[in-house]
Design a protein around this ligand. Structure first.
Ligand code: ZN
Length: 422
């Protein structure tokens, strides 16, 4: 971690989407928030609310879109002051240092105009180690560092490492790309891995991203982006935080930058109705949620011990999508605050216990309510923690260990059988 970090405690960096104005206005005491540059320009009221509501704002310049055709059909992109008239290629930019410098200047100036508290150098997506865009990324960061004094040297400068999954699958490529980024004259990094859905990627990819993150944390900040609950594992292991939208993950996919890629608008409405259960580290489908908490046929354990008492739920279940998102915001920030209270060495153990609890609870739900919550990925995540956490931190008991969970199950069964006989 950077010793002067603006993100000194484990942080959920909320990424605000164009539909999130209400939450931007309601949550006004955030540490760091993130907004895409094109959204900020399109929705100035939203951008203002996000800016006012956070100590530090990060504006994603979204420059990775500019080596594809897709942005040409999207007005929010073409109105960005640094939007190129035709897609850029790494080779032409590298052959024209002045053009590259001008582009970098315009990208940084835009962020300052939007009130950014951390500057992000322009970046392209790097598919693999042979991708010429990696060289362009190095040059972008070098140019941004040169312009730093001119544009705003009081602001930290970050590089955005947006990398392909094939890099993470190869330990030698992961190390090599990490070495390239380590050498950059920056205060920190944002990291996005392509097509990285943390529930489905294999252990090798999880390990690749974890090692990449750890390689970059030496004296610098690291925020992992577009990631769901595995972001909490990475934060327990040493990242400053992670970023995702409110209430649902959004995985970055290269295909979304290409033309003709329709967004799943209908699907998104549906997703907004999922409900986040922190103890399960999962978003639960509305039908399953009703089944789980059903008075007659639901799970006694969940009802008794894990009904949410945040100010939105107050022991019940919110019906409206908006309330489910507010609940998510409250609980997710609370999860991070709990992690922040622990010493660095105790965080992996705490996270391990939480994963263990999620596994146990998913078994209980299947037994008690006949609802299956996917949980296999937690086994992979625990394996990552066990391999990467310092040995001393593995035996933390903060009340969520398997023994305690067994006690809860036992107690619930006794209660239930007591009720049955009365
Ligand atoms: Zn709640």
């Amino acid at each position: 971690m950077n010793s002067n970090s603006l993100i000194s405690k484990p942080t959920y960096v909320t990424k605000f989407l164009h539909t999130d104005q209400t939450y931007a206005e309601q949550f006004q005491e955030l540490t760091v928030s993130l907004i895409a540059g094109n959204i900020a320009l399109w929705r100035p009221g939203l951008a203002r609310a996000v800016h006012n509501g956070a100590d530090t704002l990060i504006v994603d310049p979204m420059t990775h879109a500019f080596t594809y055709q897709g942005y040409l059909n999207k007005k929010t992109y073409t109105e960005l002051p640094y939007c190129p008239p035709a897609p850029l290629t790494a080779t032409t930019l590298l052959a024209s240092p002045e053009e590259l410098m001008e582009f970098t200047r315009a990208v940084l100036r835009f962020q300052v105009d939007q009130g950014a508290g951390i500057l992000v150098a322009p970046y392209f997506y790097t598919r693999d180690i042979d991708d010429a865009r990696l060289a362009a990324n190095i040059r972008f960061v070098a140019s941004a560092a040169e312009l730093h004094t001119e544009i705003g040297d009081s602001l930290p400068l970050y590089a955005w490492a947006c990398i392909g999954s094939s890099i993470l699958l190869s330990p030698s490529q992961t190390t090599e790309v990490a070495r390239v980024y380590q050498a950059m004259p920056v205060d920190g990094y944002l990291v996005t891995a392509e097509n990285f859905d943390d529930r489905y990627v294999n252990e090798q990819s999880l390990m690749g991203l974890s090692r990449f993150m750890l390689d970059l944390t030496e004296g610098k900040d690291v925020v992992v982006c577009s990631i769901a609950a595995f972001g909490q594992v990475l934060t327990a292991l040493g990242a400053n935080g992670f970023s995702a939208g409110i209430g649902w993950l959004e995985t970055f996919r290269e295909v979304s930058l290409k033309p003709g890629e329709a967004s799943f608008a209908g699907d998104r409405v549906h997703r907004a109705h999922y409900y986040y259960i922190p103890e399960l580290l999962s978003y639960v489908h509305p039908d399953d949620l009703r089944t789980i908490f059903d008075e007659q046929t639901g799970s006694e354990t969940m009802r008794k011990y894990y009904a949410c008492d945040c100010e939105v739920c107050n022991g019940g279940l919110p019906e409206e999508a908006e309330d489910k998102k507010r609940h998510f915001m409250l609980r997710r920030h609370q999860e991070m605050a709990e992690l922040a209270e622990l010493e660095l060495a105790d965080r992996p153990g705490h996270m391990r216990n939480r994963l263990q609890l999620a596994l146990e609870l998913s078994n209980i739900l299947e037994e008690e309510a006949l609802v299956r919550i996917p949980a296999e990925h937690f086994v992979r995540w625990i394996a990552i923690l066990d391999r990467l956490a310092p040995p001393s931190s593995r035996d933390v008991d903060d009340g969520l260990g398997p023994d305690e969970i067994q006690d809860i199950i036992q107690q619930t069964r006794e209660d239930l059988s007591g009720q049955g006989s009365s």
